[in-house]
Design a protein around this ligand. Structure first.
Ligand code: PLP
Length: 346
């Protein structure tokens, strides 16, 4: 790549090995369950996360929506973080298409929901109120700056859910980044969850696709939901072939992205006009000092025009820039970014 794109890990292109596997993939009609490559991906994903079954979906958004449609009836409510991706960035699909009511709770600075808040939010059996059906967590937490949440906390929420007859869904778009950050097997982070969505694109570099895992009967209902959402693909083995490489060969190197994010944050923090706000997993947030030589928009513009370095101002909070490292950002790229930022701000 002739440019350095730090806007997101979603910009990561498939690797050469993925492109080759895609070209050679054995395929069939997946709606007939005839695609051996999709079947393999689903079996491997279920085994890796320690669940009974899996379904390949087009995106994380579709995986989360299929899960909520399969778990909940119209008029039911779910407990979910007020800054969660599902609530903020998925167009309210649960309400729009499923008649499901999000009951939001404040996400704490460590990316968790307080157990006391969850407890208080459960509706009693009262005909005035929607039935509370599910709790949703997010790991790593996007709006909280890529923070991973621990197995111990997730287990506590799973216990709480079981005691109260609630379902636990995890939006694990970057669950493998969380596993890498804690140095644990991914199964320990999702052991108590009834369902989990994770993305094959983003840090794992597949061109598209996510996977939803859970029990057999739940996955059967999620498949029905996927169909009505228009997400049932035919010779999807072309995509699943890249997904298999994402699943088996790209997870172990995510820790490099975290180290690179740390290196980049350290390099940038030496520049006086840069104020690093946070660095977790593969995320960095920073702002520019009030007396910086250029305003934020001009800074981003000059980086792109003169250095082929792409950053985007973060839409969630004005005055900040969010960076995410990924496979295509190596040490040499990090050195170039630090020197370009330093030159612009000097
Ligand atoms: C990226 C993301 C999703 C879903 O992403 P798609 O762009 O629909 O694949 C869901 N949750 C979180 C936390 C994400 O970061």
């Amino acid at each position: 790549m002739k440019y350095i794109d730090l806007r997101s890990d979603t910009v990561s292109h498939p690797t050469a090995e993925m492109r080759e596997a895609m070209a050679k993939a054995e395929v069939g009609d997946d709606v007939y369950h005839d695609d051996p490559t999709v079947n393999q991906l689903e079996a491997d994903a279920a085994a890796l996360l320690g669940k009974e079954a899996a379904v390949f979906v087009t995106s994380g958004t579709q995986g989360n929506l299929c899960a909520l449609l399969a778990h909940c009836q119209r008029g039911e409510s779910i407990l979910i973080g007020d800054t969660s991706h599902i609530f903020r960035y998925e167009q309210g699909g649960m309400a729009q298409l499923g008649g499901i009511l999000p009951h939001t709770l404040p996400v704490q600075s460590d990316a968790t929901l307080r157990l006391a808040d969850l407890e208080r939010a459960i509706n009693p059996d009262d005909e005035h109120k929607p039935v509370t059906r599910l709790v949703a967590l997010e790991n790593t937490h996007n709006m909280a700056g890529g923070l991973p949440i621990s197995a111990a906390y997730t287990d506590a929420v799973a216990d709480f859910a079981r005691r109260n007859n609630l379902i636990l869904h995890i939006d694990g778009a970057r669950i493998f980044n969380a596993a890498a950050a804690f140095g644990v097997d991914v199964q320990t982070l999702v052991a108590g969850a009834d369902s989990v969505t994770f993305c094959l694109s983003k840090g794992l570099c597949a061109p598209a696709g996510s996977v939803l895992v859970g029990e057999h009967d739940f996955i059967r209902r999620a498949r029905r939901a996927r169909k009505v959402l228009g997400g049932s693909l035919r010779q999807a083995g072309i995509l699943a072939a890249a997904g298999l490489i994402a699943l088996h060969k790209m997870r172990d190197r995510l820790i490099e992205d975290h180290r690179n994010a740390q290196l980049l944050a350290e390099g940038l923090s030496e520049i006086p006009a840069v104020d690093i706000k946070s660095q977790n997993t593969n995320f960095i947030f920073f702002s520019l000092a009030d007396d910086a030589s250029v305003p934020l928009d001009a800074f981003v513009h000059i980086l792109r025009r003169d250095y082929n370095i792409f950053m985007s101002p973060y839409t969630g909070e004005s005055g900040r820039i969010r960076l995410r490292t990924h496979y295509w950002i190596d040490r040499a790229a990090i050195a170039k970014v630090v020197s370009a930022v330093s030159a612009i701000l000097s």
